[in-house]
Design a protein around this ligand. Structure first.
Ligand SMILES: [Fe+2]
Length: 287
């Protein structure tokens, strides 16, 4: 028979668990956004770049529940407060598939206008939502980026000037919905200069064929609500070749560090549970 004490203890445990889940559910669905410092060890060709702070912004899904332009402005303010050296925009700016709490779709230029207020040097790639075929979205987003001061990299690279020196950003067109071309992506990057490899889907890491200071991706939402199975399915339920990427730091075959961001917005389900809405600010450290 269950004693009164163990019954009370069990009930207290369940109540605490529900309260914790409720807190997290409420917290993230009401839009609390955090930026986490993440030191990562790497081997750089230019020692001056140690200490470089690279902030990842991914999976905003503007138009999803709580992802309003007003909230985006707050996110941009928080990013500027952190004073990163570089900001990488890793795709999925919009929500292609409306969910039951999503609201009015914003125009691509409203989103790029807000992102332009990020003060640090920056570069962007598109995600699978951005590349969806409805509403001519990929072309409209590309146009909005072209009209902004944010370089959109579709199998291209760019050298950014930072306070610590110059660093290349090489952006692969997305593996899903795009036309990825690794050779074109790296074509202009000299072998003796440092590069950060940017791809929306972490599946793009498999194409990397040179030393990189860092490889960065988003897409998985770190599981968003139910962990790895959601991470496998989110945004890419049509994807059959998806690797077992989740979130956090990985080491690639050539030893280059890689980081999969937990992301900011939601897709499919208008909530993030135990996976707070966040960016990570990578700080490059020597091995
Ligand atoms: Fe996404």
């Amino acid at each position: 028979m269950v004693s009164r004490r163990s019954f009370l203890r069990g009930s207290l445990g369940i109540a605490t668990g529900l309260a914790g889940t409720g807190y997290y559910f409420h917290d993230v669905t009401t839009g609390r956004y955090t930026i986490e410092d993440v030191p990562i060890k790497t081997k750089l060709l230019n020692d001056d770049l140690y200490g470089l702070k690279i902030l990842i912004v991914t999976d905003l899904h503007i138009g999803a529940h709580n992802m309003t332009l007003e909230h985006l402005d707050d996110i941009v303010d928080a990013i500027n407060d952190k004073q990163p050296d570089v900001v990488l925009l890793a795709g999925d700016y919009i929500l292609a598939n409306r969910d039951f709490r999503s609201h009015t779709n914003y125009t691509p230029s409203q989103i790029t206008d807000a992102l332009e207020k990020i003060k640090a040097p920056k570069a962007a790639v598109l995600g699978n939502h951005d590349l969806n075929r409805s509403n001519n979205m990929a072309a409209r987003l590309t146009q909005a980026f072209d009209n902004s001061d944010i370089p959109l990299l579709r199998n291209q690279s760019i050298r950014l000037d930072t306070d610590k020196g110059k660093i290349w950003i090489a952006g692969l067109d997305n593996m899903y919905g795009g036309l990825p071309d690794y050779a074109a992506t790296m074509m202009n990057v000299p072998d003796d200069e440092d590069v950060i490899y940017l791809t929306h889907s972490p599946d793009g890491f498999a194409l990397l064929r040179r030393n990189a200071a860092l490889a960065v991706a988003g897409d998985t939402h770190c599981g968003q609500v139910i962990g790895r199975s959601f991470a496998d399915a989110v945004d890419g339920d049509y994807v059959k070749t998806r690797e077992d990427w989740y979130c956090g730091e990985y080491s690639l075959i050539d030893g280059a560090p890689a980081y999969v961001s937990g992301g900011i917005g939601t897709s499919g389900i208008p909530a993030r549970v135990f996976v707070p809405s966040r960016s990570e600010m990578i700080i490059l450290e020597p091995h």
